[in-house]
Design a binder for this molecule. Sequence first.
Ligand SMILES: NC(=O)c1ccc[n+]([C@@H]2O[C@H](COP(=O)([O-])OP(=O)(O)OC[C@H]3O[C@@H](n4cnc5c(N)ncnc54)[C@H](O)[C@@H]3O)[C@@H](O)[C@H]2O)c1
Length: 420
Amino acid sequence: MSQVCVVGTGYVGLTTAVGLAHLGHTVIGADINDEKIATLQAGGVPFVEEGMADLLAEGLRRKRLSFTTDVATAVSKAEFVLLCLPTPQGADGNADLSAVRAAVKSMARHLAADSVVITKSTVPVGSAFEITTLIDRGDVMVVSNPEFLREGTAIHDFMHPDRIVIGAQDQAAAARAVSLYLKLAAPIVVTDPVSAEIIKYVANSFLATKISYANAVARLCEETSADVRDVLLGVGYDTRIGHEFLKPGPGWGGSCFPKDTQALLSLARQYGFEFEPLVGAVAVNDQQKARVVDKIMKLTDKKNPVVGIWGLTFKARTDDIRDSPSIAIAEALIERGAKVVGYDPTVENEIGQITVSSDPYAALDGADVLAVLTEWEEFRWLDAEKAAEAMRGRGVVDARNILSRSNWEHAGFEYVGIGT
Ligand SMILES: NC(=O)c1ccc[n+]([C@@H]2O[C@H](COP(=O)([O-])OP(=O)(O)OC[C@H]3O[C@@H](n4cnc5c(N)ncnc54)[C@H](O)[C@@H]3O)[C@@H](O)[C@H]2O)c1
């Protein structure tokens, strides 16, 4: 078992740290955010992720897991340093590597001899070479190991990955990186760093395209009076296609798809071509959010309607609102004169001009329209009659197709789904 330092203890870093500790490694999580480190040291999880608190407690109890803000000392004792740093979208569409560069520059001279630096952040093509140059040490190896976990099922995804991708210049570095994950029963793809970096962008872009495809099919179903749920059920049983991500909704968002699709488009442009399928997928995604706004506004004749929104996070089972379609839709509604009150099981504070209620029915007080924008399971079981009592109007846009149309129509609602 190895001594590991995880640099950056956000969604990816903390999942990796608790996961590797569970596998038996000794892990130190290092982050520049004092508050986050203090919370983790006390056994608290700074964000919502199922199973995280238990694995964190296990790691701390077994003394396999610790946390620090002293990144230099932490990396100096590690055989493996895993970079789990943010790479937001830069002004030119490419991922902004400044956090990675800053961390690597400041840690380079502290790294232990013969250590391996592993990039788990999603980074632009060529980053492994850039990091190798920045470190500038013949005794330290650099490996690309992109992360594919999904928020909401991050722990499960760490323990049961579909595959592990290792991109390394030499076999010895690849073998050492593989050794970290030997207890996981997953296919391991060993390749060069550029291919590993491209795999991550292509995978996310393909998934985003699949959702956009489902949204385009939903539109076709609306025009032809077909039911998208049956259509995609029939299509997805084809094992060459599959049901995963073949679901219509309010459009994709979150901290990864928007920036990763832009990065792939930007990469192709650097080489003089348009990555056409993705150009279409992004256009459909933009249209989809606008279509949901139109569906909501069409259900009321009020000039300044009150809209209640159930679901503010970009997906269920997380508290992450980064680039959430719900927020984009709420902001577009506000721009068109609406007042928006949201409810989400994991969101407490106001977001800009969006008022946030702690109760799903209170969020509907005096509302003209209800819009269901995140697929939280609990929304299925909320009471249409109680919603009707709270609301002024009788419109509901179910952008995730999770409500029972008959229940809501029975309670007097005009129900509008996506492609149904
Ligand atoms: N969130 C996901 O679902 C997901 C999935 C796969 C890949 N990724 C990729 O993984 C990377 C990390 O994403 P995330 O969602 O975990 O980000 P995050 O914002 O949740 O976490 C990043 C952490 O890095 C810390 N940090 C910033 N600069 C630092 C420095 N110089 N030294 C030490 N710590 C520093 C921050 O304080 C923060 O805690 C990104 O490249 C992202 O694209 C994310």
